[in-house]
Design a protein around this ligand. Sequence first.
Ligand SMILES: Cc1cc2nc3c(=O)[nH]c(=O)nc-3n(C[C@H](O)[C@H](O)[C@H](O)COP(=O)(O)O)c2cc1C
Length: 224
Amino acid sequence: MQDEEQVGRILDAVVGAVPNTPVTLKFRTGWNLANKNAPTIARIAESAGIRAVAIHGRTRCQQYTGEAEYDTIALVKTLIRIPVIANGDITTPEKAKHVLDVTGADGIMIGRAAQGRPWLFREIEHYLKTGERLPPAQVTEIHEILKAHLIDLYAFYGPETGFKIARKHISWYTKGLVGSAAVRKEMNVLPSIEQQMQAVNEFFIRQAEENEYLKYDKEEALAA
Ligand SMILES: Cc1cc2nc3c(=O)[nH]c(=O)nc-3n(C[C@H](O)[C@H](O)[C@H](O)COP(=O)(O)O)c2cc1C
């Protein structure tokens, strides 16, 4: 983002190389707080034939610190005609609505909040349509979703790698749940996918015995 001319050259080259494929661009609000040039980059993108932009409401130098801001995204939305997708710190249905309202964006993009919580999208969709929250996800459904996710990870990456990659997902799905710290610890020493799956099954069966809905523990959430 520090070299706007180079951005233009890159986008021209990419768009020109794939004439039949829509190219989209994701970027941040700028390089640093003194150089929030997302509006200029957005105009360059539109002129280059980019078909939609997604903007994370932080600068490059902020990395992941502080809160994402949405004013710059709102400004970009007024400057270009291609769709604008707002991103950064959208974690709940209410926040999703807020970001859509204050930016006027055509869509939202969600990253970290969906880790271990893929049902967030249906919660947001329902809230945007009705203004009401869906009941919290039930333990049995989450167990099913996680099992299917693990099977996909083992199949896609193969058992050796899949089993290691699965650890972080199990950690995200169980984050903050009662007893999750112990299950995370256990995950790091279990030697096989069979034992990993079995430990996950036992954990969720215990959760289901205690409560139909997921029950979060504040201390576990902080420790996770
Ligand atoms: C582990 C991780 C990997 C990421 N990888 C990419 C990536 O490959 N491309 C990208 O444009 N953004 C990537 N991002 C940034 C996210 O897409 C997103 O812009 C950022 O996390 C802010 O949104 P969020 O608050 O909803 O997570 C990544 C973020 C994380 C945490």
